[in-house]
Design a protein around this ligand. Structure first.
Ligand code: PHE
Length: 346
């Protein structure tokens, strides 16, 4: 029995075959179990004589079963490890990646362009004091120009009189910069501004970038050259033509509205060329002017010594023009499909 059992156990190919052999030899009805039972019917002498061989057979078979089981388990583990090996050189599955919002990208680009022209970046609070937003910009309490700004007011009184408000433009940063740093000065101030207004081209929150140069002997020519240089760099186009129109802002004198010439290509406005050329037109782009003497004075500087120019541009509008987007409201919906459509997602 022993030789036959050990040979068959060694040949068992899988755990099921091995279990069948265990039952055949050592189970309740097993052949070796039957042999063990015969011991009970023997007389003491016969039992003493035969018991050791039968016990040895049982132990030998049990040991062989255990060894074979260990060998099968080890082989199964080997196989599983081999099949589950991770290939770390395989490319990882693609997952959607975030992207810098077009408005932030444009503000970064503008900061870079103006850095090359020697402008530093200045900031101011979005919750602003009435005095910086209006009064110091030559818009006293009763000034009609205040009505042009649909202002969000807070109920709290402002330290300098009037009320606290959400700044309606980035121009208060002009005042804050002059008061903090004096002259000469060359800054841009990008940031959020707020007006109570909403349609396809107006959102209650939008972005402006303010520019301010204060120095000696500054004139309108400096303003025009600066705007031309920055627009050519921003739109990556030499053929940008500007038209300066007289306008009115309380904080600049004279005030100049700047238009840019465009052509229509495939139903879209494309900047470039004179707006007076056939099939072309002029688009209003920004407000600017020479800083009003009163503003320089209220900021603590001597207007006989220091002059300057200032301008304010809508950043969202620049982004729309550069990337051919047509609804301003989509900028603030946070829809990643819209970003992807304009090439802004990975
Ligand atoms: N602050 C003005 C506006 O928001 C723009 C402007 C800035 C005009 C600087 C002149 C000088 O409309």
């Amino acid at each position: 029995i022993q030789t036959d059992a050990l040979a068959r156990i060694a040949a068992a190919a899988d755990p099921a075959a091995l279990e069948a052999l265990r039952v055949e030899f050592l189970g309740k009805q097993g052949t070796i179990t039957a042999l063990l039972k015969t011991l009970g019917q023997m007389g003491p002498e016969e039992r003493l004589e035969k018991a050791p061989a039968i016990q040895a057979l049982r132990e030998g078979v049990a040991g062989a079963l255990a060894d074979r089981k260990a060998a099968l388990d080890a082989a199964a583990l080997e196989a599983r490890l081999a099949s589950e090996t991770l290939d770390l050189t395989l490319p990882a599955p693609d997952s959607p990646r975030g992207t810098v919002h077009p408005v932030s990208q444009v503000m970064d680009e503008l900061a870079e362009i103006f850095a090359d022209l020697g402008f530093a970046v200045a900031t101011g609070p979005e919750i602003e004091d009435d005095w910086y937003n209006f009064t110091a910009l030559n818009m006293p309490e009763s000034h009609p120009a205040r009505a042009m700004h649909d202002t969000f007011y807070f109920p709290d009184a402002a330290p300098k009189g009037g009320k606290m408000l959400l700044r309606t433009h980035t121009s208060p940063v002009q005042i804050r910069s002059m008061m903090a740093h004096g002259a000469p000065l060359r800054i841009i101030a990008p940031g959020r501004v707020y007006r109570s207004d909403s349609d396809a081209t107006h959102t209650p929150m939008f972005h402006q970038i303010e520019g301010l140069v204060i120095d000696r002997d500054i004139h309108l020519g400096h303003l025009k050259w600066t705007l031309e240089t920055f627009l050519k760099a921003f739109f990556e186009k030499e053929d940008i033509v500007l038209r300066l129109r007289p306008s009115y802002f309380p904080f600049t004198e004279p005030s100049v509205e700047v238009d840019v010439g465009f052509a229509i290509e495939n139903g879209k406005r494309v900047l470039g060329g004179s707006g007076d050329a056939p099939g072309h037109g002029w688009m209003e782009l920004l407000g600017s002017g020479m800083v009003n003497r009163k503003v320089i004075e209220m900021s603590g500087l001597d207007p006989d010594e220091w002059q300057g120019f200032a301008f304010g541009v809508g950043v969202d509008r620049l982004a729309m023009l550069k990337y051919g987007m047509d609804d301003l409201r989509a900028f603030f919906d946070g829809d990643v499909r819209w970003l992807a459509h304009y090439g802004f997602s990975a």
